[in-house]
Design a protein around this ligand. Structure first.
Ligand SMILES: NC(=O)c1ccc[n+]([C@@H]2O[C@H](COP(=O)([O-])OP(=O)(O)OC[C@H]3O[C@@H](n4cnc5c(N)ncnc54)[C@H](O)[C@@H]3O)[C@@H](O)[C@H]2O)c1
Ligand SMILES: CC(C)C[C@H](N)C(=O)O
Length: 367
């Protein structure tokens, strides 16, 4: 991978490689764009096949956060970290504290939180070293685990997408196929069950499946059968790239609305489902509840206020559908347009001169 060429193509700002021999920390912090504010994005811990794959993932995910934060209306840019390692066996206290010191060194340009492979306990360790971390334990006045709030946002966004497809946002009686019933989807299933939806679920983790079968009367199917089940809504909540050439012909759903990041294998798959008349709730718009929630910490965390903002994911999905119709484009492109237009507007409005504390005149006056 030609790093500078890649960064230039997608206009990345910064890539930081952190190494701490004693703790085994190998982290890559990618900052994509800070036009709207400091870059906020989680820390992923994963066993990458090689270093290039880790760098590529950090860069790709950081750009995703720029779009997610912009579309969500947050005054935050996009960044992400990946830590190379197995989250089940390779974590230690020194590692997250060393990582916290690296974040501190960026002096607020990057703020972290949870992502795949990291937990509230890990954020608490980072917090020992820096203030630039969110998703810290509620005991510290922080917001804790973002997953239940992400689930609430997905539920709200799903209702908005359902309204477009079925003429009503009620999910009562709707059959919803949920792929992966982990942290986010467990709470999502609870909301859906409470509204009277019928759930069909799958997961490679049998315990997770049994929990939603027992608690919410879900029907379990094999992992390969989730695409072709008779359903109204398909909710991808496990992996990325599940909307692809192989799965699209199997889908019977009229709506795709789920928590997973990067659901489309390729943008062409967004075009195909659009042509098929499937209402697609773009992944980074519908799953922004977690980041909206942790971002609220930057104002002094207030759960009620955060949930109110997350409720607005309904309106945001409506807005994306409206742009898609207005411009005759698929919803995934409408979401990009929403984010890009906001960044551009802010870029232009900030071009006005405003003196700040670091202006050259303040040095001349000896201050
Ligand atoms: N947690 C958040 O706040 C948040 C925020 C935004 C986006 N997301 C995205 O949402 C998705 C779910 O996040 P999570 O925190 O619930 O993760 P999780 O790991 O708790 O849950 C994912 C579940 O998917 C299952 N799974 C893995 N491979 C599978 C397969 N092939 N078929 C079926 N099930 C499979 C896992 O066993 C697990 O139970 C991820 O893609 C994540 O990036 C999460
Ligand atoms: C900041 C985090 C809560 C972000 C979350 N991991 C996401 O992908 O949206």
């Amino acid at each position: 991978m030609e790093i500078f060429k890649y960064m230039e193509t997608y206009d990345y700002e910064q890539l930081v490689i952190c190494q701490d021999k004693q703790s085994g920390l190998k982290a890559i912090i990618a900052i994509h764009d800070t036009t709207l504010g400091p870059a906020l994005g989680g820390t992923r811990m994963w066993t990458y096949a090689n270093e290039a794959a880790a760098i590529e993932d950090a860069l790709r995910l950081a750009k995703g956060m720029t779009y997610k934060n912009a579309a969500a209306g947050l005054n935050l840019g996009g960044g992400k970290t990946v830590i190379i390692g197995d989250p089940r066996t390779d974590k230690n206290e020194e590692m997250f504290r060393a990582f916290g010191r690296y974040i501190q060194g960026l002096n607020g340009r990057y703020i972290t939180a949870e992502d795949v492979g990291t937990t509230v306990a890990d954020m608490d360790l980072i917090y020992e070293e820096t203030d630039y971390v969110t998703g810290v334990s509620p005991a510290f006045g922080s917001s804790g685990n973002p997953s239940p709030v992400t689930a609430f946002g997905v539920y709200r966004g799903m209702k908005a997408a359902a309204k477009e497809a079925f003429g009503t946002d009620s999910l009562e009686g709707k059959v919803i196929a949920v792929q992966g019933v982990g942290n986010v989807a467990y709470t999502l299933c609870r909301h859906l069950h409470e509204e009277g939806a019928q759930l069909i679920v799958t997961d490679i983790n049998k315990e997770a499946v049994n929990r939603v079968v027992e608690e919410f009367g879900a029907k379990a199917v094999d992992i390969n059968d989730i695409y072709s089940v008779d359903c109204d809504i398909y909710a991808p909540c496990a992996l990325g790239a599940t909307i692809n050439d192989e799965t699209i012909p199997q889908l019977k759903a009229k709506v795709i609305a789920g928590a997973a990041n990067n659901q489309l294998l390729d943008t062409k798959h967004g075009d195909i489902i659009h042509e098929l008349g499937i209402v697609y709730a773009p992944d980074y718009v519908i799953n922004a509840g977690g980041v909206i929630n942790v971002a609220d910490e930057l104002y002094g965390y207030n759960r009620e206020r955060a949930l109110k903002k997350v409720e607005g994911i309904y309106d945001n999905i409506e807005k994306v559908i409206e742009i898609a119709k207005r411009d005759g484009i698929p919803t995934y492109r409408a979401a990009d347009r929403l984010a890009e237009e906001r960044i551009e507007r802010m870029k232009n409005s900030r071009s006005q001169f405003l003196q700040n504390g670091h202006h050259i005149l303040s040095r001349r006056n000896g201050r």
